[in-house]
Design a protein around this ligand. Sequence first.
Ligand code: BTN
Length: 329
Amino acid sequence: MNTLDLDNLSDQVLDRIRRRPGHFYEIKYLARTFKAAEKDILKALDQLKKIGYTFKTDKSGRWAMIAPPDLLLPAEILFGLKTKIMAKNVFAFKMVQSTNTVAHQLAVNGIAEGTLVAAEYQFGGRGRRGRVWQSPEKVGIYMSLILRPSIHPGRAPGISLITAVVLAETILEYEDIDVKIKWPNDVLIAGKKTAGILTELSGEPDHTDFIIVGVGVNVNQRPGDFPGELAGKATSIRIGLKENISRTEFLRRFLSRFEEAYLVFKKKGLKAFHKKILQYSYLLDKEIQLKSGRKRVIGIVKDIDEEGRLVLETKDGLQKFYAGEATLH
Ligand code: BTN
């Protein structure tokens, strides 16, 4: 059996046994089901074992899958996922420079909306404002979604905000901990950053061709895992919840919620999320300093309006900002 056939067989066997963890399957039965030789079924199971699936066997030589690995594999990302648009195509990598860069290339080549690019590790993870996004292996989620909404580019910042809301609510599904959104697109747990969003748009001044929503989530890092200056500023879901969580399960929950939110956003705009955005806002009613371009403005945050702008009460009156970097004053 060649490698491609073996890969196919492994996928089929996995699809069957993944549905009933702990259930024992006879090799003979699997061979009959997939019209394959028993020795090839064993090879397929071995291949799955090497990927990280754990199995047990009984005295009669039957195999049961005990646990899937917590790896960002297409089969794991898609397991039980009921979305209609998001993750309809999945490109999952062990290592890439940046999932946003890969997604951009795929989008330029015309790939469908909802395509997901995920990676275990990024060696050139990009953050906002030219910063680096630390992307250590196996503890975080690094992903990009390709969207093709027919919206005016001016509405694109709204996509970052709804992504932040969805991330916050996905975390809150686990436990009611202190999760906030820091405008424009950071997600904080107990005041420290746990996720960041990098939204990149391609189009004309009055037309959106596609949008890449890049999301980096610190999931299972431990306190000592954040180097240097990140130590005081970054956190992870694990630190917030005081337990490890499955990254693939988090990703699936995120994708389902995101699809729902995206459809509402397209239909009703950001105003449908206004209440939630304020409810989760870290900056609301606080005095901040905002760096926006060359400007530095001090003021009290009064609102995040229906276009996603930060509304500041300054000494010169109310001012609204589309973008910027806020620090508590
Ligand atoms: C920020 O907070 O500055 C945004 C961080 C965005 C990081 C994610 S990780 C997946 C995707 N690929 C990238 O290179 N960046 C985004």
